[in-house]
Design a binder for this molecule. Structure first.
Ligand SMILES: [Mg+2]
Length: 165
């Protein structure tokens, strides 16, 4: 199912080379938060992830957080990272993606990459709008009960595929 197949699959966001994204022509990066940037067990933003986000911006990429989370904590992460945020996104529905892209002032045809840890929200949502999707390993095994259910289904979809790096 091409809609549900990520364009790349990596161990963590820090495996994504910001300069390579620029070379590939991307201008905008949409980032999931829970278990993509912040492990659900510690709920702390790792210093390495904050550095990686800083590198994205140093490369001139425009970055926006796009999260299904509706709790106040996501605003704390946005403040910590000094990034714009679209929360309660209801991914894979396209509306929040469109809101985020408007916020980022996307130019016609400008390439966008979405990064997340879930196929049924992050990958599917990106592909519904023709955006690229990079899947990363969830940064903690702890997750919401319904996410755990989806993960079982997602593991099947990936046919035992492992992160490239
Ligand atoms: Mg997530």
């Amino acid at each position: 199912m091409p809609f549900l197949t990520p364009d790349d699959y990596l161990g963590s966001v820090e495996r994504i080379d910001p300069s390579a994204l620029v070379e590939q022509g991307f201008g905008i990066v949409l980032l999931d938060i829970d278990n993509t940037l912040v492990p659900r067990d510690t709920r702390r933003l790792p210093a390495g992830v904050a550095r990686w986000v800083a590198r994205l911006r140093e490369e001139g990429l425009r970055v926006c957080l796009l999260s299904n989370n509706w709790h106040r904590v996501v605003f704390d992460y946005a403040r910590e990272l000094d990034l714009p945020l679209v929360h309660r996104a209801m991914k894979p529905a396209p509306f929040a993606y469109m809101r985020a892209l408007r916020k980022m002032g996307r130019r016609r045809g400008e390439k966008v990459v979405c990064v997340g840890d879930q196929i049924v929200t992050d990958v599917w949502g990106a592909h519904l709008l023709g955006l690229k999707a990079i899947l990363v390993e969830p940064q903690a095994t702890k997750d919401l009960w319904y996410t755990q259910l989806f993960r079982r289904f997602e593991r099947r979809l990936m046919h035992g595929r492992r992160p490239r790096v």
